[in-house]
Design a protein around this ligand. Sequence first.
Ligand SMILES: *[C@@H]1O[C@H](CO)[C@@H](O)[C@H](O)[C@H]1NC(C)=O
Ligand SMILES: *[C@@H]1O[C@H](CO)[C@@H](O)[C@H](O)[C@H]1NC(C)=O
Length: 192
Amino acid sequence: MWFSRIWGTQEVSLFLSVLLYVCQLAGAISIRSYRQSLTRSVQQDVLFSVDISCLGIPTIQWTFMSGMVSRDISSWQPGGLTNISEEYTDRVHTYSNGSMGLSDLRVQDAGFYVIRVSELSGSSRDAGFVLTVEEILYEDLQYLSVFTLVLAFLAGFLMLSMWLMDNAYRRLKAWNGRRQMPVNGETELQAL
Ligand SMILES: *[C@@H]1O[C@H](CO)[C@@H](O)[C@H](O)[C@H]1NC(C)=O
Ligand SMILES: *[C@@H]1O[C@H](CO)[C@@H](O)[C@H](O)[C@H]1NC(C)=O
C-alpha cells in the first residue's frame, strides 16, 4: 500500500518527464566529426572539422591539452564575438559549425584538442581530436646535401691536383734525368 502511495501515478509521470527532459537536453547537442586523428607537418594548417547541432544557442569552446598543459584556445557563440586566446591570435579560424582551423603549425601544437559545446541550460557535450605534428628536416637536408656536394667537389679537386702534381713531378724528374744523361755523357766524353 505505501509503495503505491510513494510512487503514485503523478510522481511516476513527473519522474518520467524529468528523465525525458534530461535525455532530450543531453541528446539536444550533437557533435559530428569524421577523423579524430590528424597528422600534419610543421608550418602546415589543420582543420578540426566538426558539425554541431543544438536546440538552443550553443557556446563552443576549444581547449588544447598535452601532458600537464591545458590551454583555452577559443570560445564563441555562432553569430557572436569570438574570444581567441592571445597565444593563438592570427593562427585560429573559427566556423559557425563549430570547426576550428589552426594555421602555421609548430611541433608544440601536437596534442589533444577538445571541443566542448554547452547550452545555457548547462548541458554540454565534448569531442576530442589528436594532432600529430611532424617535423620536416627538409631545409636541413638541403643544406646537408649542398655541404656534401661541396665536400665531394673539394675532395675531387684535391685528388686531381695531387695527381697533376705527381704527374708533373714525374715528368720533371724524367726530363731532368734526360737532360743530365747527355751532360754526364759529355763530361765522360770530355774526361776521356
Ligand atoms: C564545417 O565548416 C567548414 C567551413 O565551412 C567546412 O570546411 C567543414 O567541412 C565543415 N565540417 C563538417 C563536419 O561539416
Ligand atoms: C575570453 O576572454 C576572457 C576575458 O575577457 C578571458 O578571461 C578568457 O580566458 C577568454 N577565453 C578564451 C577561450 O580565450
